[in-house]
Design a protein around this ligand. Structure first.
Ligand SMILES: Nc1ncnc2c1ncn2[C@@H]1O[C@H](COP(=O)(O)OP(=O)(O)OP(=O)(O)O)[C@@H](O)[C@H]1O
Ligand SMILES: [Mg+2]
Length: 454
């Protein structure tokens, strides 16, 4: 059985610590190395997924040169390895330096075995997910089943769906990032439905829609008499999601004091209702979404970094509709069918000018805007076919209001035109080049320059 255990390489020169660590990981096949040379040899022969690395190794036990050399070698030889470095007292800087060089995380010495075990297992988990995603990305676009009600033909979106399916049955927290109307809530539900928590509750809470002073009680619940108006004991959303999934929508809008409380819940997995004294254990999977730039919020101390890392074990970026060529027309047809059936069965399809207008529109409001426009058009349509006018799309394409300079403006329009040409010729390079009036090599150059996929 030993060879089925995941391999963990511990690079540590202190023999006492070596022994202590070796016995702390029963579920790992532990390999020990005491210096640079043997560490690199072990990396080559064993290919461990996770490495813990003491930066102070002989002949430089009080410095970091040897440790960094090992780290650099690992990153050069096997960059998907998750390296966790040990930082001695007041050595935060070297730890951060290690992260910059590609380390996954660091821990403080003296070592807390339990805490380090958590970091190691989390690293291993992430390694699995990444490996699986790479495997799936390699064969993306092969048209497998995509999550439930998700309609798409764009490889970018298929990849997103695959990632969601992949992580569904792990307990990692998932952060969905995307502009408004891109399908964040749909994917959060899809994640829940694809998980083995599907028979318990999916509880969504929109943190931006609830006034600050009520949000705490919404999330954590309250006991009767906890405050004026608390006439009866009420469960919070977190408790309601026990056994299931808690979807924190617009998580960037949680005020700082409540962020602290949420973080405590994520660390301890227990809550106390407002005015309550007993702590209640809650087992829930956390999915969150936001359209805000959390990194900049962190930089401005408006969002806690430690909370961010708890919430964002896996980050899924959802492309805007404009970034998924062909999807607007596809979705429009699906929505038309649905709404015609419900509201105006006389309508059977789109007029040709409508499809061209749909494909040419910028869709700043993404799928939500598309859904609304199609719904309205189906209700308003006089004849059998929905026209561009019914969709209110005859005003031509929207201008992108924020333009940095002429170079970036050109790039933007190049990109757009190329993606549409690709969509209209269904990814065929010769036809796309013809449509654009350029040679195939020129098209290849542009695809490479703009990092576009065919
Ligand atoms: N790929 C898709 N296939 C089918 N329907 C979709 C797709 N993406 C989004 N929708 C539909 O579009 C609407 C908007 O999606 P959703 O509410 O998930 O977006 P959101 O990102 O949460 O938006 P917001 O930021 O505005 O809350 C919903 O009615 C959803 O069912
Ligand atoms: Mg939403």
């Amino acid at each position: 059985m030993a060879d089925t255990k995941p391999k963990l390489l511990i690079v540590e020169d202190d023999e006492g610590l070596q022994a202590q660590l070796k016995w702390a990981y029963e579920d790992f096949d532990v390999i020990i190395a005491g210096d640079r040379e043997s560490a690199i040899a072990a990396l080559r022969s064993e290919m461990p997924k996770v490495v813990t690395l003491d930066l102070g190794l002989p002949p430089d036990p009080d410095g970091t040169s040897e440790g960094f050399a090992v780290l650099d070698a690992i990153m050069a030889l096997k960059p998907d390895t998750k390296v966790i470095v040990a930082s001695g007292h007041e050595a935060r800087e070297s730890a951060l330096g290690a992260i910059e060089r590609g380390a996954y995380d660091f821990y403080q010495k003296p070592v807390d075995i339990e805490q380090l075990g958590l970091i190691v297992r989390r690293a291993l988990n992430l390694h699995h997910i990444e490996a699986e995603n790479r495997r799936l990305a390699a064969k993306a676009g092969e048209g497998n089943t995509v999550l439930g009600r998700l309609v798409t033909s764009a490889p970018e979106m298929v990849k997103v769906a695959r990632t969601i399916e992949r992580v569904a049955n792990t307990n990692v927290s998932v952060m969905l990032l995307g502009a408004s109307g891109t399908g964040k809530e749909l994917l959060a539900r899809g994640l829940h439905d694809a998980s083995d928590r599907k028979d318990a509750n999916f509880v969504a809470i929109n943190c931006a829609a609830i006034p600050e002073n009520l949000l705490e009680s919404e999330l954590f619940g309250h006991e009767k008499g906890a405050f004026t108006g608390a006439v009866k004991t009420t469960e919070g959303k977190i408790e309601m999601a026990d056994g299931g999934t808690l979807f924190l929508d617009e998580v960037g809008d949680i005020p700082l004091p409540l962020q602290v409380k949420l973080l405590r819940f994520l660390q301890e997995r227990t809550i106390e209702r407002i005015g309550g004294r007993k702590s209640i254990a809650v087992d829930t999977r956390i999915v969150c979404a936001t359209h805000q730039d959390l990194e900049s919020m962190i930089a401005h101390q408006r969002f806690r970094e430690d909370l961010f890392y708890r919430l964002a074990e896996v980050v899924v970026k959802i492309p805007s509709l404009a970034e998924r060529p062909g999807d607007a027309a596809l979705l429009a047809k699906v929505f038309l069918k649905r709404f015609a059936k419900e509201m105006n069965p006389a309508v059977t399809g789109f007029a040709p000018d409508a499809l061209a207008a749909i494909d040419g529109w910028g869709w700043p409001g993404n799928v939500r805007e598309l859904e609304n426009r199609v719904k309205r058009a189906v209700i308003m349509a006089d004849g059998k076919l929905v026209s561009a006018e019914d969709l209110d799309l005859d005003g031509g394409e929207e201008e992108n209001p924020e333009i940095l300079n002429i170079k970036s403006a050109r790039e933007q329009s190049d990109r757009k035109v190329i993606r549409h040409a690709l969509a209209r010729s269904e990814g065929n390079i010769s036809n796309t080049a013809k449509l654009l009036g350029i040679s195939r090599p020129t098209l290849y150059d542009l695809l490479k320059q703009y990092d576009l996929q065919t």
